[in-house]
Design a protein around this ligand. Structure first.
Ligand code: PMP
Length: 374
C-alpha cells in the first residue's frame, strides 16, 4: 500500500480506540433507550460518560453535546434553524455540507450572503460585521479549512455575532483534535470522529444551552429530540476515546507535524521549480500543505506518485473534475488550481516519507511537463 498522506479526508482508527469499542458490539450491546434492563442501563451510562469526555475536551457543558452520524448531519441540523425571511452569512471556503444546504435554503426564501476570503483564505471580521442585517439569524464559518489549512479567527467572528445577537455556527471538523479552538463565542459546532483517529459514521454537535434546534431526523426523539434514531453506542464510545487521546497527544503531535510540514514546504519550494504554496503562511493546520505546480495537472502527478496516497482537494468533491472552489475563492488562477495538490500529514507520517515525497516530486514533475509540452 502507498504511504497515506491524505489525513484531511480521513484518518485510520487508532488501535487503542478499536480496543475500547469492541465490547460494545457484543457484550454491552444494549440500546441506551432500553431503561427497563441492565443492558440498556449500562449502554446509557457509558454513552453519558462518553458525552462527558467530549464536553470536557471542548470545555462545554455535558448537555451541550449531541451525537449525530457525522459533521454532514450536524451542519444540516444547524442550518435547519433557518427559515423563509431569515438572512444567513457564510463563505465559499466552506465544506459542501454547508454550501449545498445553503443553496437549497436560498431557493426557499432564505437570503444568503457569501463573504469573500482574502488571498490566504481568511474571513475579515470587519467584513462580517458589515454584512450583518436586522434579519441575520445565523453565521456559519468553519474553524479550519480542509484544503488549504486556514485557521479562521472564530473567537473574533463569534464575538461580533454575539454582540449583534446573531447565532454563530462553526464547522470545526478539520480543527477539532488538531489545534486548540476558542469556542467561547460559538453557539453551534459540528464535528466528525473519523478526522481524529476515531470511527466513521459518528460525530456530533455542540449546541449551547437555550438554543432550540430543529431536527432533521424525526422519530423516537433520541438525543433530546434533536436527532432521532438509536444511538450508535460503539461509535460514541470510540469517538470519546479518540478525543481522550487527542487531549493528551494533540499538542506534541501538532508540533511534530508542523516541523514535518515546514520541512516539506521548504524543500518543495526550493527544489521543485514552478511550485507555489496555496493558502496561509501562518495560522494553518499543522499537517496541511497545498501546493500549486505550474504546467502540470494534479491528476497526472498523483498517477506518477504511485507510492503516495494524495488528493487534490476535498474527498467529497474528488469525483468532480472542476477546479477547487476553495482555491478559486482565494484567487488562485484556474490553471494553477488544476495543478494543485493537497498534502495531509498525520500520525503515521515520518521525515523519511517527506524525503521520499520530495524526491518523487523532483523526479516526476519536470518529466510530466516535458511530456505535456511534447
Ligand atoms: N466539514 C468538513 C470541513 C469536512 O472536512 C468534512 C469531511 N470531509 C465534513 C464536514 C463532513 O464530515 P462527514 O463526511 O464525516 O459527515
Amino acid at each position: 500500500m502507498p504511504v497515506y498522506m491524505d489525513h484531511h479526508a480521513t484518518t485510520p482508527v487508532d488501535p487503542r480506540v478499536v480496543e475500547t469499542m469492541l465490547p460494545y458490539f457484543t457484550e454491552f450491546f444494549g440500546n441506551p433507550a432500553s431503561l427497563t434492563h441492565a443492558y440498556g442501563k449500562r449502554a446509557a451510562i457509558d454513552v453519558e460518560d462518553a458525552r462527558g469526555v467530549i464536553a470536557k475536551f471542548f470545555g462545554v457543558a455535558q448537555n451541550e453535546i449531541y451525537f449525530t452520524a457525522g459533521a454532514t448531519e450536524s451542519n444540516n441540523i444547524a442550518l435547519n434553524l433557518l427559515g423563509p425571511g431569515d438572512h444567513a452569512i457564510s463563505s465559499a471556503m466552506e465544506h459542501k455540507s454547508i454550501l449545498v444546504p445553503l443553496q437549497r435554503l436560498g431557493k426557499h426564501g432564505v437570503e444568503v450572503t457569501m463573504l469573500t476570503p482574502d488571498a490566504e483564505g481568511f474571513i475579515d471580521p470587519e467584513e462580517l460585521r458589515g454584512a450583518i442585517r436586522p434579519n441575520t439569524k445565523l453565521v456559519s464559518i468553519e474553524a479550519a479549512n480542509g484544503e488549504i489549512g486556514t485557521l479562521q479567527p472564530i473567537g473574533e467572528l463569534g464575538a461580533i455575532c454575539r454582540e449583534r445577537g446573531v447565532l454563530f455556527h462553526s464547522d470545526i471538523t478539520q480543527g477539532a483534535g488538531k489545534v486548540p479552538l476558542d469556542l467561547t463565542n460559538v453557539d453551534l459546532a459540528a464535528f466528525s470522529a473519523h478526522k481524529l483517529y476515531g470511527p466513521k459514521g459518528i460525530g456530533g454537535m455542540i449546541v449551547r444551552r437555550g438554543i432550540r434546534i430543529e431536527p432533521v431526523m424525526l422519530g423516537g426523539g433520541q438525543e433530546k429530540g434533536a436527532r432521532s434514531g438509536t444511538v450508535n453506542v460503539p461509535g460514541v464510545i470510540g469517538m470519546a476515546r479518540a478525543f481522550w487521546f487527542r487531549d493528551k497527544e494533540m499538542a506534541a503531535e501538532g508540533e511534530r507535524l508542523t516541523l514535518l510540514r515546514n520541512e516539506l514546504w521548504d524543500r518543495v519550494v526550493a527544489e521543485v521549480p514552478g511550485a507555489f504554496v496555496n493558502g496561509p503562511r501562518e495560522r494553518r493546520l499543522p499537517g496541511n500543505l497545498n501546493v500549486a505546480f505550474e504546467r502540470v495537472e494534479s491528476d497526472a502527478v498523483m498517477l506518477a506518485l504511485r507510492h503516495f496516497a494524495l488528493s487534490s482537494g476535498s474527498a467529497c468533491s474528488s469525483g468532480d473534475r472542476s477546479a477547487s472552489p476553495v482555491l478559486l475563492a482565494i484567487g488562485v488562477a484556474e490553471e494553477l488550481a488544476y495543478g494543485s495538490l493537497r498534502f495531509g500529514l498525520g500520525k503515521s507520517n515520518t521525515a523519511d516519507h517527506v524525503a521520499l515525497l520530495v524526491d518523487d516530486l523532483k523526479r516526476n514533475i519536470p518529466r510530466l511537463r516535458e511530456i505535456s509540452a511534447a
